[in-house]
Design a protein around this ligand. Structure first.
Ligand SMILES: Nc1nc2c(ncn2[C@@H]2O[C@H](COP(=O)(O)OP(=O)(O)OP(=O)(O)O)[C@@H](O)[C@H]2O)c(=O)[nH]1
Ligand SMILES: [Mg+2]
Length: 251
């Protein structure tokens, strides 16, 4: 059974981590579609299915992902008991990526898989450090759009210079391995997306953004609660404090 410990076969050009949290069977069409398109590439690539789970919850996602990895080549599965929320999963997924270019996307189908290829083509052809999308059309309703507007507004208020970058939480996010290696990421929750962008700013990286359409959720209700904005605010204050501490040490 393919696991994350699979030894390195050869130089992998591109790895993409797919966040599959509690997706169960709904992850199948997304992965099959992504795999079909990736199979057209003539270089080495891999898909990392992040199927981490909360112990005690009845969640079939790990076994669904393992079945996918058994029948689809170049697919590996991360299925560990969760020690954190989305940020923890994202960091685990990115760290498992072995490619020269690495990235992450949600597996709930809200972002079109094609966006992965637009981002990958851009980072490769124009030598950027980090390429992400921003959502121009959202079909996920007023509630989520409003939360995102408040989220981004607070972010830009806190960090001058960040206003050149739109839509902190949009994915896919693709970067070079070298970029990821330089970053200092510690968030276990939704703040991870902001942390990635703040690292881009602090490290003065070359970032490019591509417009994307964001689809509705379909079956399930949004996982994002209004409290996420307060949690975000708390993390922003902490990040600013840490940043000033770092600057203080350098003087
Ligand atoms: N909510 C949640 N998502 C997680 C977690 N771990 C990983 N994820 C992944 O994070 C991705 C983004 O989460 P979503 O809840 O879809 O975030 P969103 O699209 O901004 O918001 P909604 O779709 O409205 O819930 C999903 O693809 C999940 O697989 C977790 O602990 N909680
Ligand atoms: Mg979603």
């Amino acid at each position: 059974m393919p696991t994350i410990e699979t030894p390195v076969r050869s130089a992998i050009e591109f790895s993409i981590a797919v966040l599959c949290y509690r997706a169960e069977e709904e992850i199948i069409p997304f992965v099959e579609n992504l795999h079909k398109i990736m199979s057209l590439f003539r270089f080495e690539w891999e898909l990392i299915l992040v199927a981490n789970f909360w112990q005690g919850l009845n969640d079939r996602t790990p076994e669904v992902c393992r079945e996918l990895a058994e029948r689809l080549p170049n697919v590996r599965v991360l299925a560990e008991p969760k020690e954190g929320a989305m940020g923890w999963d994202m960091r685990r997924g990115l760290s498992a990526c072995r490619g020269k270019y690495i990235g992450v996307i949600d597996g709930d189908g809200q972002f079109p898989v094609e966006a992965i290829f637009s981002c990958f083509a851009k980072i490769k052809s124009d030598d950027f450090d980090f390429v992400k999308t921003y959502r121009v059309h959202r079909q996920d309703g007023l509630y989520r759009t409003l939360i995102s507007i408040i989220y981004n507004w607070i972010f830009h208020l806190f960090f001058c210079g960040s206003d050149k970058l739109r839509d902190v939480n949009s994915k896919p996010k693709i970067m070079t391995r070298e970029t990821y290696r330089k970053m200092e990421l510690r968030s276990n929750d939704w703040f991870i997306d902001a942390e990635l962008i703040l690292n881009c700013i602090d490290l003065n990286l070359r970032v490019y953004e591509i417009p994307v359409e964001f689809h509705s959720l379909g079956g399930r209700k949004s996982f994002v609660k209004p409290g996420a904005v307060l949690e975000f605010l708390k993390h922003l204050i902490e990040y600013r404090y840490r940043r000033s501490q770092r600057a203080g040490k350098r003087i």
